[in-house]
Design a protein around this ligand. Structure first.
Ligand SMILES: [Zn+2]
Length: 164
């Protein structure tokens, strides 16, 4: 989040220079520095035998399938976000989370934190915000995800890890 106004008093923020951070948005009334922070978001590749869970969400990509993703909420760890989002969107439990890396998406000011995980228990029960959800053969996944560059790069990392 980029701060222009003080969330407490509503005043326009000044830029205050601190020796190690450079210019930082600052409210002189409340004496608070507001550091610009990206929105943390998780994306997870979920594996089950030789398949991977792909979602269809036309508002993200019209002709492409995507991996499951969601925003980190206050009060939870990144790992808890993964488990919560997977259960909320897909109705299943996963295990053996593995961190794959992170990247900053400038257009949306998102810090994307990438994981892979393995199916544990439960039947797929997709949330209403998801149009479709299927276990697809992981060898075909890249072809199904033409528009999803980030998802494809995560799947490529997964393919390397499981050596396919
Ligand atoms: Zn203020």
């Amino acid at each position: 989040m980029k701060f222009n106004y003080c969330p407490i008093c509503g005043n326009k923020l000044e830029i205050k220079y601190s020796w190690d951070e450079g210019g930082v948005p600052y409210c002189p009334i409340d004496d608070i520095m507001y550091f610009n922070t990206p929105k943390p978001c998780i994306m997870v590749a979920i594996l089950k035998d030789d398949k991977i869970l792909l979602l269809k969400q036309s508002y993200i990509f019209k002709n492409s399938k995507v991996l499951l993703s969601g925003y980190v909420t206050s009060g939870e760890t990144i790992e808890e976000t993964v488990h919560r989002e997977v259960f909320e969107e897909a109705g299943i439990k996963v295990k053996n989370l593995e961190y794959l890396g992170s990247r900053y998406l400038e257009a949306k000011d998102i810090e994307m934190i990438e994981f892979m995980a393995y199916y544990d228990t439960g039947e797929i029960k997709r949330s209403s915000e998801v149009e479709g959800m299927n276990w697809e053969y992981i060898d075909n996944a890249l072809d199904e995800m033409v528009e999803d560059e980030i998802g494809k790069s995560i799947v490529s990392k997964v393919l390397k890890k499981i050596q396919r």
